[in-house]
Design a protein around this ligand. Sequence first.
Ligand code: UDP
Length: 241
Amino acid sequence: MTLPKMNRVLLKLSGEVLMGDQQFGIDPAFVLELAKEVKAAKDTGLEICLVIGGGNIFRGMAGAAQGMDRAQADYMGMLATVMNALAMQSALEQLGVQTRVQSAVQMDQVCEPVIRRRAERHLEKGRIVIFAAGVGAPYFTTDSGAALRAAEMNCDALLKGTSVDGIYDSDPKKNPDATRYETVSYGKVLADDLKVMDASAVALCRDNDIPIVVFSIREKGNVAKVLSGNGVQTVVTDHTA
Ligand code: UDP
């Protein structure tokens, strides 16, 4: 489907894509490659808000499964997203792209707090704003953070870059006959529990009519392709044309 004309997008990257080929953590060389993708998207004239997950370092659910207090583990996960945001900021600035990090958990020495009007100003000045620490509360994920920031920053779409090139009717890693949706409604994603984002994130996008574009970030040049309408992706929307 052709995507609506976009001026401002929120790009959400899973933390795991920052690992590159490693099993854990941050691969700076790979982060630089990702930053090039982000820069290419920005060079098309878009205003970009960025949200990066923390799953390459720590996920609250995993900590809780091993006996940790869930809320405590989630705070650790939020801190992981700040580390990733700083890594991406450093890579983008190596490429000459101006950025600001705004964290939902305040840490004055490291980055700005989330202030919507200030973020607006950064975007107007051509800076990329990286929103860290999700919504700033445990029991959420960075998908919800991405949906929230996409809504409050009036983004035209939420682009979700992951390891898979869209949403499938079953897990493509387990089922060779799995087929990818071109478009799918928010309702179907929720009703069929198509594991693309948490339900709260999908519902927030539905309520604010923000299309979710799911694509693979691992393929070089894909962000620009997706933005130009020539990429492989799934669009979650209630508009079929
Ligand atoms: N997290 C949280 N609240 C938020 C955002 C994140 O508690 O608003 C924690 C949660 O533990 C989560 C972790 O941070 O597991 C890392 O984020 P996420 O799992 O969304 O990262 P991704 O899967 O995108 O790499």
